[in-house]
Design a binder for this molecule. Structure first.
Ligand SMILES: [Fe+2]
Length: 373
């Protein structure tokens, strides 16, 4: 299978099921520069039992789906899971054409194509079930390229395309955690037509016998659009103690563990988010004392940023001879909102300086640093 043939252009939006939208709205607008652009119409809320709000920053969309009553899709999701990603919407050229390809490949739609006609043209939406438990994948299109809405919504405010305080570029990747990878990898390949782009596995048993844990990660990509989704499974020994299983336990099933946004300048982005109250995962000091040696071993050449500036912000570095990347993880939502039911989803910010990987070297380096400190 050479191409997905789904006409995917990019990820349109990530949909998060929430109990209350207010803290999320505050978090995303102040901390990351998102703007509220559309919201469910009254009749749509009545019909679906879910109030959806679309936030945007550049081309990056987030839908907050707030349950209005328990029998709704959002209500059912929240009965089974803490708050988290319930749907990933892909923007495609033509939903009907994508549906034809998906049905040929035995995809499982959760409903018929929803079509909505407005002044701007016709918008359509199709949802399919995935091997990721209650996470669905959606396909949306719009004839008016700049349309900032979804079926069932109406504009909720003016959108300023230049408002982007973190200089977000695009969604870099999504990462999902599950107990076993193969059903998901095979589904990406045979149903979505994605290709295996990258994989890694490691275990830290060798560094600290009797304590280490490990994971295997595979990245599947849509070659036409460059959309990339990583999937992780735990490795033995101590399978049940791995961070991947810890997420599955907290989420009460497989799901999207993190969403990574690419930024132009990570130092500036971290400074802005921090000033707005966003908390990042701390990095042990030991990580930086062994950094220079690690960079030499990995073949990372010169780095434009001062290492001191990275250390004071807890920014991680990884890479190889082709270049490097800088990355940082926010604390998960249950910590940010101080409520366990806000869930284990977290956000990653990444600045790419030539590297195409996903920071695999940092998993091990962080584990080793924590073991030494
Ligand atoms: Fe990541």
């Amino acid at each position: 299978m050479a191409k997905s043939n789904l006409g995917i252009q990019r990820i349109h939006s990530i949909e998060v099921c929430v109990r209350e939208a207010e803290p999320w709205l505050d978090y995303l607008t102040k901390g990351f520069g998102f703007q509220l652009v559309a919201a469910s119409t009254g009749p749509d809320v009545e019909q679906t039992g879910t109030r959806r709000r679309l936030l945007r920053c550049r081309d990056i969309g987030i839908v907050l789906a707030e349950r209005v009553h328990g029998g709704s899709t959002a209500g059912r999701y929240l009965e089974r899971h803490p708050e988290g990603v319930s749907r990933v919407n892909f923007l495609v050229q033509d939903v009907k054409a994508a549906e034809e390809v998906l049905l040929e490949r035995h995809a499982t739609p959760t409903d018929f194509v929803r079509t909505e006609t407005s002044d701007g043209g016709e918008r359509r939406e199709l949802c399919i079930a995935t091997p990721l438990g209650d996470v669905e994948y959606g396909f949306v299109d719009d004839v008016e390229e700049a349309a900032l809405t979804l079926p069932g919504m109406e504009p909720a405010g003016a959108f300023d395309p230049n408002h982007n305080p973190l200089c977000l570029v695009e969604i870099d990747h999504l990462t999902a955690n599950m107990r076993t990878l193969m059903p998901t990898i095979a589904w990406y390949e045979h149903v979505l037509g994605f290709r295996r782009q990258w994989d890694v596995q490691f275990h830290t048993e060798d560094f600290k016998p009797g304590f280490g844990t490990g994971l295997k990660s595979v990245v599947m990509a849509d070659e036409e659009s460059g959309v990339r989704i990583a999937s992780n499974e735990p490795l033995r020994p101590r399978y049940e103690q791995s961070q991947v299983q810890a997420y599955v336990d907290l989420n009460r099933g497989p799901g999207i563990h993190h969403v990574a946004w690419q930024v132009e300048d990570l130092i500036q982005a971290v400074d802005h988010s921090r000033s707005q109250g966003i908390e990042f995962l701390p990095t042990p000091r030991e990580y930086y004392s062994s950094l220079q040696g690690r960079m030499t071993t990995q073949g990372i050449g010169s780095v434009s940023q001062a290492l001191e500036d990275l250390e004071t912000r807890g920014i991680l570095i990884d890479g190889d001879r082709s270049g490097y990347l800088l990355q940082v993880f926010c604390k998960d939502q249950s910590v940010q909102f101080k409520r366990p039911e806000a869930g284990p989803l977290l956000l990653e910010l990444v600045q790419r300086c030539g590297a195409t990987g996903f920071g695999e070297g940092n998993f091990r380096a962080l584990f080793e640093a924590m073991s030494r400190s």
